[in-house]
Design a protein. Sequence first.
Length: 195
Amino acid sequence: MSFSNQLAPFLGSVPAGTLLLFTLCVSLLLIFAGRKVVKILAFLVVGVIGASLGATLVSHYLSTSGNLGILLGVLGGFLIGGVIGVLLVAVGIGLAMGYAGYLLTTAFVSGTTVPLLVGFVFFIIGVILYNKILGVVTALTGGFLLYDVLLIYGIDPILSTIIAAVLTLAGIWVQEGFHRRMAPPAAATAGAKAP
């Protein structure tokens, strides 16, 4: 399923240009700064869901607490939801890898058993190695999103593929190169611990 099909319900209520520009910005952020941005996005998105849930719970079960109770429910729900969102980034990466493995396998194997097994294996690998592959997965996700946005803008599919592929590869290089510069070398860390 294409991203453009998923955008269709929103195109009537939100100006199409605004939505596409926002999506273009998100795709570029994921491509070039996904390692840093994905945890912030997870905190904010799941935090907002938690705030809504917190306000609902307080208004239903502690209705006598008034506005202060609802405010505390919103703040508490936002913080708890945000922390859960950050903790579930590994599961999200695992789900993305598992789904990609499943889709790739269905292209070559008929039936559902083998694709489900391959998807499950990819899910486990994604959860275990999420910190090492986070930059690559976010860059690829941003690249697929960018490809769909370019198609919606009316750019030729071949040119859209080339642009998305080049920017995705550049994003992987930037994220992985920046990540290596920020992490201390193993030898220097071991040497610093030695007396």
